[in-house]
Design a protein around this ligand. Structure first.
Ligand code: AMP
Length: 301
């Protein structure tokens, strides 16, 4: 594995690979790897000749009062983990390398970004789409892997790539959970053992909501109430619960077709998000709660 810090170097390596007829798989991240990140690298490795993983804690996507400075970082552990997943190129640019000038050009995806996480984090998605557009521009034609854990982010990035005709295929990968159902997240490192137990309430709530739908409930308000009640049992006060059409995130009153139930809640210092997707056709319901891994999140306190 080669660690690259310069944009020009990464661009040249990707171009050289494609000139040699090799395909490129890209995994953009903010580092502090866990199984969720590693699952994306494995997906890229399974399908591509050159696997590029990027680590960049992007200041543009953090609000002024958010955790940019305290965001967990461990480049040595991440480098070893990426190497173990047979990543070919690890791109670790500095902030001045990515933003040599104050940013005056940004990418905004209207409509998809105002609700859900965008309501509490109004500048977040512009930061995400701007840095992802830069990474897509640097890496060039490739397949990029994103986790369904960040369901809204995936929808936003997909729409950006389509609207701007970027030569990148955006692939969504399963949400990876710890053995007790808590969605893996770099921010789980902020949780005390007690908060970590409360965090299980998100999974419990989503499971209860999915079970209600499997039992025939189709009314969004009632599914929402089930989720609200279950998370409250775990002492959680949700920032939002949203039930939306999975394809374009439009609000729905009745559950039908492809649906996402998404939730966000503050737990201690962390703001956790989670979701379940469902495919509903008449009485048939197929629930996707992601995958449980036996691997633990090593960094978690
Ligand atoms: P981050 O480093 O948090 O920006 O995440 C980088 C990528 O990993 C994004 O595409 C995330 O959606 C994905 N990711 C983070 N956590 C998980 C998880 N628990 N399961 C699947 N993918 C994840």
């Amino acid at each position: 594995m080669i660690v690259v810090e310069r944009i020009a170097d990464l661009r040249e390596r990707c171009e050289a690979a494609r000139r040699a007829g090799r395909s490129v798989g890209l995994v953009p991240t903010m580092g502090f790897f866990h199984e969720g990140h590693l699952s994306l690298m494995r997906a890229a490795r399974a399908h591509h000749d050159l696997v590029v993983t990027t680590i960049f804690v992007n200041p543009l996507q953090f609000g002024e009062t958010e955790d940019l400075d305290s965001y967990p970082r461990d480049l040595a552990a991440d480098t070893a983990a990426a190497e173990a997943e047979a990543v070919d190129v690890l791109f670790t640019p500095s902030v001045p390398e990515m933003y040599p000038e104050p940013t005056v050009t940004t990418v905004h995806v209207a409509g998809l970004t105002e609700a859900l996480c965008g309501a509490a984090r109004p500048t977040h998605f512009d930061g995400v789409t701007t840095v992802v557009a830069k990474l897509f521009s640097i890496v060039g034609p490739c397949t990029a892997y994103f986790g369904r854990k960040d369901f809204q982010q995936l929808a936003v990035v997909r729409r950006m790539a389509a609207d701007l005709d970027l030569p990148v295929e955006v692939v969504g990968c399963p949400l990876v959970r710890e053995h007790d159902g808590v969605a893996m997240s770099s921010r789980n490192a902020y949780l005390s053992p007690e908060e970590r137990r409360s965090a299980r309430g998100l999974f419990a709530g989503l499971r209860a909501a999915a079970a209600a739908v499997e039992d025939g409930e189709r009314d969004a308000a009632r599914v929402r109430a089930v989720l609200e009640a279950e998370t409250a049992c775990h002492g959680l006060e949700n920032e939002y619960i949203e039930i939306r059409r999975a394809t374009d995130l439009t609000p729905i009153a009745q559950l039908d077709g492809e649906v996402v139930v998404a939730v966000a809640a503050p737990v201690g210092q962390a703001r956790l998000i989670d979701n379940v997707t469902m495919q509903i056709a008449g009485a048939q319901v197929s629930v996707d709660l992601g995958v449980i891994t036996l691997a633990t999140q090593e960094h978690t306190s």
